[in-house]
Ligand binder design. Structure first.
Ligand code: C5P
Length: 235
């Protein structure tokens, strides 16, 4: 069965008209739209409202990472501007993760947004992690940080689809796994390192697939999204 609700399209860019036009073109083709730092810094909370008004749920991906009190306030404000999902860096540690979950509850008008932790960026491979002093294999770090996120009361993690199966085993069925780093077989890898196809990501246990450039840079984003949802269904 094809299910666009499991597709999240990343609207990365600094062109306000393009972001809204792309959001409108994807109505019915993606259950979620993601606003990241680039667009949020340019257009702020109002953009969250404008994108939400096109229909899909908004995933506000600001990857918060600071002391607990600051993250608590920031998470509350993300919730207040209407985001239904937000991100924090798992590397901020247990107290910060707990504060993020509390802030999201405090700031929401209705049901609190999902708070998911970014484990290891999919653009970091083992040599890049080694350079930062992390000697563990990326998948070991991801699992360890995912467990910490769950223990801290978060709803899930952002992880590479290559690590999704392990996170699912460690953290259980209810834990949300959001996976970027998705590339259809015929598409460019861009700056991602640890990528899988949409079908592989679904097979590995991912709940929501985040796809940016393969859709937003396609001549017909709606058609590209439709094909990805079709590919997901084969997983
Ligand atoms: O264009 P592409 O499909 O590579 O976009 C992936 C999106 O997912 C980007 O918005 C990027 O910021 C985000 N992301 C990621 N890796 C993470 C967390 C978020 O690529 N670990």
């Amino acid at each position: 069965m094809t299910n666009p609700n499991a597709l999240c399209v990343a609207l990365d860019g600094s062109d306000h008209a393009w972001i809204l036009a792309t959001a409108r073109s994807l109505v019915g083709h993606a259950g979620w739209l993601k606003i990241g730092l680039e667009a949020f810094i340019a257009f702020g909370p109002r953009l969250v409202e404008e994108v939400a008004a096109t229909g899909p749920l908004v995933f506000l991906d600001l990857k918060l990472h600071d002391i607990p009190a600051t993250v608590r306030g920031a998470a509350a404000n993300c919730a207040a501007c209407g985001a239904q999902m937000l991100t924090v860096h798992a590397g901020g540690g247990r107290a910060m993760l707990e504060a993020a979950a509390e802030g999201a509850r405090e700031g929401s008008r209705g049901a609190p947004p999902k708070v998911v932790a970014v484990t290891i960026l999919t653009s970091l491979d083992r040599p890049a992690l080694g350079e930062l002093g992390f000697e563990n294999r990326p998948e070991d770090l991801v699992t360890k940080w995912a467990r910490l996120a769950r223990e801290s009361g978060l709803d899930g993690v952002v992880a590479s689809p290559r690590e999704a199966a392990r996170v699912r085993r460690e953290c259980g069925r209810e834990f949300l796994i959001v996976t970027p780093g998705i590339r259809p077989a015929d598409s460019r890898v861009d700056d991602q390192r640890r990528v899988l196809t949409p079908a592989e990501a679904i097979r590995s246990g991912a709940d929501i697939l985040v796809v940016g450039r393969p859709i937003t840079r396609a001549q017909d984003p709606a058609e590209a999204a439709r094909r990805i949802v079709e590919e997901m269904a084969t997983g």
